[in-house]
Structures are given as structure tokens and as C-alpha cells.
Design a binder for this molecule. Structure first.
Ligand code: FES
Ligand code: FES
Length: 200
């Protein structure tokens, strides 16, 4: 990350993603940050206070990650950073130099949906769809976390080694509990994740 400019009142004062608040406050120093986004190096020049979510949506036009609560409560903005799920509304882009970022746009490979994307369609795992990208990014991570043997609060005995076969519906519900759905598609979302687990 390198500092690129220092601004006083600037021409971009009306652009919140570029440091301006639209209320006439002075701009902060801008920094250049290079991320590997869905396999491609991307550099953004931002104020240090810009969230990763706003950088993805406003600087890189990756609007699949949704901003709902913008305070870490709903999971709509879930993405992967270096393979782990992260709430992008609670993360500063300036702290992600060199990191691998995967968004919902990066799940599809060679024109093929990720199996969990297909399962959401097959099981009607959404209505309005606003939470769906976060649900899918969490679901993909949940399956990987189970493969790594990570227990959850729903695991009966954390001293036993956890395997993907132990990823029950109760485990899926617990592990997906940070992702809220205002349309209450929870049973279908669990069906979709369970289906991919069964086929893995
Ligand atoms: Fe990030 Fe709700 S928008 S948790
Ligand atoms: Fe509408 Fe989840 S599908 S919020």
C-alpha cells in the first residue's frame, strides 16, 4: 500500500468512495491498494477509511456483494479473503494489500455455475435474492470449513474429529446463522447446502 496524494478540499469532494463526503469536509490521504480479485490483480486508489465492500461495489463495479445493514449484522456482504469468509462491510480495503478476494462473481468457472449456485436454483433458496450472494459465499465456506474439520457451536463433542459427513442440518443452520434472510428462505437454503454436501 502506498500513499499517492494529499488533498485539501478537492474536486472529488462529492464522491464518498473517493474521500469526499459531499458536506465539504477535507479529504484524507489517498492510498493505492492492489488486490487479487477473482484471480485478477486490481488496484484501487482510495481513502484509508473505505470499506472493502464499497471498494468492490463502487470502484470495481462488482455489485454482487450486497450492502444491507452495513454494520456486520446480516451477512449480505459476505465474501472470501484468502479463502476465509469475511464481512466486507466490516473490513477496510486498505488492509487487504496483496490478498486474494473472491466474490460471488468469481464462483462461476468456464461458464459453469458453482454447484451451490445450481443447488440454490434447484431448491428455490431465494425469493427477492438480496441475501443470496452472501448466503452462497457463506455456504461455500461452510463446506470448506467442515472439510478442514472445524467444529461449531452445534458440534456435540469438539474433541471428536469433524468430517464433512458430520455436517448435519443442525450444523448447517448454526454455521449459516450469521446470514439473515428477510424472505425466510431458511429451509430451502439448508436444503441447498445439504444437497451439495451429500453430492461431495
Ligand atoms: Fe455487511 Fe450486513 S451489509 S453484514
Ligand atoms: Fe429475500 Fe433472502 S431471498 S432476503
Amino acid at each position: 500500500m502506498s500513499e499517492t496524494a494529499e488533498h485539501g478540499f478537492g474536486e472529488s469532494a462529492g464522491d464518498p468512495t473517493n474521500g469526499g463526503t459531499g458536506r465539504g469536509e477535507p479529504l484524507l490521504k489517498l492510498v493505492a491498494v492492489t488486490l487479487i480479485v477473482n484471480g485478477q490483480p486490481r488496484t484501487v486508489t482510495v481513502e484509508p477509511r473505505l470499506t472493502l465492500l464499497d471498494a468492490l461495489r463502487e470502484k470495481l463495479a462488482l455489485t454482487g456483494s450486497k450492502k444491507a445493514c452495513d454494520r456486520g449484522e446480516c451477512g449480505a456482504c459476505t465474501i472470501h479473503v484468502n479463502g476465509r469468509r469475511v464481512l466486507s462491510c466490516m473490513s477496510l480495503v486498505a488492509m487487504q494489500e496483496g490478498k486474494e478476494i473472491t466474490t460471488i462473481e468469481g464462483l462461476e468457472k468456464n461458464g459453469m455455475l458453482h454447484p451451490l449456485q445450481s443447488a440454490f436454483i434447484e431448491h428455490d433458496g431465494f425469493q427477492c435474492g438480496f441475501c443470496t450472494s452472501g448466503q452462497i459465499m457463506s455456504g461455500v465456506a461452510v463446506i470448506e470449513e467442515a472439510k478442514f474439520g472445524w467444529p461449531s457451536a452445534a458440534t456435540a463433542d469438539v474433541r471428536d474429529s469433524f468430517t464433512l459427513a458430520d455436517l448435519s442440518r443442525a450444523e448447517i443452520r448454526e454455521r449459516m446463522s450469521g446470514n439473515l434472510c428477510r424472505c425466510a428462505c431458511y429451509p430451502n437454503i439448508v436444503d441447498a447446502v445439504a444437497d451439495v454436501v451429500a453430492r461431495s
